[in-house]
Each structure stands twice: as C-alpha cells, then as structure tokens.
Design a protein. Structure first.
Length: 136
C-alpha cells in the first residue's frame, strides 16, 4: 500500500533519524528538527499547529505537531490524489504504475508520488501524471 499523507503528524527530537516516510528525502533528522519541519511544510503541505519545547534537562523531548492543509490551489494535483503514470514517463521505472501524490515542489513543479511496490516513491514531472480514472 502506498503511504498517503496523514491528517496530523507529531515529531519529536527523540525520534530516530530516517528517510521521509512519504518521499524518502533525507531531511527527517531529529537533530535538525527545523529542517525536518521545513521539508514537511514545503513539500508535503503541512502547517505547524504546536511547537512544545523540551525540558532543559532532556527528560521531555521537543514535540512539534503538524496538520496537513495541502498546497497551493495552483498545483496541478492535490494531496493524496491517486494518479496514473503515463507510459511515456521520463523515468521509465514508474511508467504505467498507479500512485498517490504526497508532495509538491512549487519551485520546480515536481510532484512526489508514493507507490505500493518498489521503488516506493519518486519525484515526477506533472506531464508524466494523469488523474486515475475509475475505469483503470
């Protein structure tokens, strides 16, 4: 199953360092929480709803809560929209597959798409994507 964007996310500075669960990006480092949050806001359409500082002695971690609000209405596809990758896609390993849009980079107009099978995520141009029709 592809990993869709969740309505809310909670991250802490005690989380493990791992790639982004949505797009595989390397920005999900608890030691760099502000960079991680910037990635979630910029690419995945989240907004910060709460930023609770950790305790000075380190017993309580910093906790940031985010809510999925989508991205600009000028984006060609919406958050969690199901798409079909066109047969002539520039990145051939994705051609013909079905995926879920989980990110958008406004500066390049590229979309992050997640898939059920490997490779499980990719960044694709809008011309390579079409809305999944119910007849497929």
């Amino acid at each position: 199953m592809a990993t869709p964007l969740r309505d809310t996310i909670e991250i802490t500075d005690s989380d493990m360092h791992r790639p982004c669960v949505f797009c595989g990006g390397p920005e999900c480092d608890p030691d760099e929480m502000d960079l991680w949050v910037t990635h979630l806001v910029t690419w995945h359409g989240y907004k910060v709803t709460e930023d609770a500082p950790g305790s000075a002695n380190g017993e309580r971690p910093r906790v940031i809560r985010l809510q999925q609000v989508g991205w600009s209405p000028h984006a060609r596809f919406a958050a969690n929209q199901r798409v079909h990758i066109r047969a002539g896609a520039f990145q051939r390993e994705y051609a013909g597959r079905l995926g879920t849009v989980v990110g958008w980079n406004p500066s390049t107009s590229e979309f992050a798409v997640t898939f059920a099978d490997k490779p499980t995520s990719g960044v694709l141009l809008p011309g390579d994507l079409e809305v999944q029709s119910s007849s497929r």
